[in-house]
Design a binder for this molecule. Structure first.
Ligand code: FHN
Length: 445
């Protein structure tokens, strides 16, 4: 198409992938933990004896709770069992390299002692700075911390969904100042922050103020050079989001994959950085008391999603919704442990992993290739009854050796059955969990 390029003041700031050290680190992480924590953890999806099956963090809206009533939950926020070190240990054992925490979700409550809003953790019975404690604990475990920030704010009187009058415009510009102040405060107060993850930017009010989204991106990068910002923050001059009116991605990575992944063969996505965020239940981010109201994914399904995402050069951000008392629910702890046991052995196929060019995906699972040392891995989820895995090799490449990552002495016989068609014969043993094969490849000439 010969579409004429539009002149944009607030569009994409660069094309292609960022290749500086901070971005490379972000990309190599591959696996992250998302945490949704706020006042919504207190009712946990229930109000006046009724269970609301919709997302727990939306209870204020689903149960039509007034601002005054919701805001008074802050007088009950007292997570006496909160142990940031225990959370960080659990995350470390699960194998994540980064964590993204809701500093402020749509309800407008700040988990740090913000000087720009009274509605913050310092004014609860708990009093202490949750964000500071988490940054310290996770960083001590070597885990990067990113800040989620909802621009949409149900609490702030100056928030507007649209700008339809002069009054709206004056109020909303006060709101934008407020949000900018909070974001500056976060960037300045927590110097090790590695990224900002924006949400709640879909309303007309923000789409009409694309200039502000660029201003914020620039401000954060000025205060914390290298910081990584998601595409969801951004709108351009015409209100296009994520991608500007010329089709170029804004921000540093695409963050549109939510509770879904690109198809395993959608190789479009490998040309940019991207991240998928995922719930364990169908659609609960904050803590919901009832987990039997929807399907919950199994640890192996989640591992498969992590493998699929890695195979397409993306990061996988898996969500946890801690309880109001500060504990992480047992089910989530168990899932984290199972994933962690898998990661302990199989992480070489994930960290730094990316798209394995030329290796056609087969139904047994996914190929990933380490973007640094170029090692090739096959992550196997479906084992044929025959125990034979089919592989189609790229033109001019052969497989010299194949072995299980968990046991490099294991014998996997390789047979070429036709040109570029290889059979791998798995050792006769049981495979109770998904596993990884390391493939040593050689160029044929
Ligand atoms: O409404 C929110 C939701 O609660 C959650 O925070 C997710 C995470 O990506 N974002 C919004 C929906 O897109």
């Amino acid at each position: 198409q010969n579409r004429e390029k539009k002149q944009l003041k607030y569009g994409a700031q660069y094309k292609g992938k960022r290749e500086d050290a901070a971005m490379q680190k972000w990309r190599s992480n591959r696996f992250g933990q998302f945490i949704h924590w706020g006042l919504y953890a207190i009712p946990g999806g229930e109000w006046k004896g009724k269970t609301y099956p919709y997302a727990a963090e939306f209870l204020k809206s689903s149960a039509h709770i007034s601002n005054a009533t919701w805001d008074s939950l802050s007088y009950k926020f007292n997570p006496v069992k909160f142990d940031p070190k225990a959370w960080a240990k659990m995350a470390k054992n699960m194998g994540v390299k980064y964590m993204t925490i809701t500093t402020k979700h749509h309800e407008g409550f700040s988990l740090w002692p913000s000087k720009y809003s009274e509605f913050n953790v310092a004014n609860t019975p708990y009093k202490k700075d949750i964000i500071g404690a988490l940054v310290k604990a996770y960083n001590s475990e070597g885990i990067d911390v990113n800040f989620y920030y909802s621009v949409l704010d149900w609490h702030h009187p100056d928030w507007r969904y649209d700008i339809q009058s002069k009054e709206d415009s004056i109020a909303f510009s006060r709101y934008l100042n407020f949000a900018q102040n909070q974001l500056r405060e976060l960037a300045e107060n927590y110097p090790t922050v590695k990224g900002f993850w924006f949400d709640g930017t879909w309303d007309k009010s923000i789409k009409k103020n694309g200039w502000w989204t660029l201003k914020i991106e620039k401000m954060l990068k000025e205060i914390r050079p290298g910081v990584v910002v998601n595409s969801r923050l951004r709108a351009d001059d015409f209100g296009s989001r994520h991608f500007d009116s010329n089709g170029d991605m804004m921000g540093d990575y695409e963050s549109g994959y939510e509770r879904r992944l690109p198809s395993p063969t959608d190789t479009q996505v490998i040309h940019r950085d991207w991240e998928a965020c995922m719930t364990i239940p169908e659609n609960q981010w904050g803590y919901h008391k009832k987990w039997d109201i929807s399907y919950t994914k199994t640890p192996f399904e989640l591992i498969e999603m992590l493998a699929q995402t890695t195979s397409l050069g993306g990061n996988f951000l898996l969500n946890f919704g801690p309880q109001a008392d500060g504990m992480i629910r047992t089910e989530e702890q168990q899932i984290a442990e199972t994933i962690g046991n898998w990661m302990k052995i199989n992480h070489p196929a994930i960290y730094n992993g990316g798209y394995a060019k030329g290796w056609q995906r087969q139904d047994w699972g996914y190929f990933t290739q380490n973007e640094k040392d170029k090692k090739l891995y096959a992550i196997v989820f479906n084992i044929p009854i025959s125990g034979i895995l089919k592989i189609q090799t790229p033109e001019g490449v052969s497989i010299g050796k194949a072995s299980l990552l968990e046991n490099t002495n294991s014998k996997i016989t390789i047979k070429e059955i036709a040109k570029r068609q290889i059979n791998l014969y798995l050792p006769k043993q049981s495979f109770p969990a998904p596993f990884v094969i390391v493939l040593d490849t050689a160029n044929e000439n």
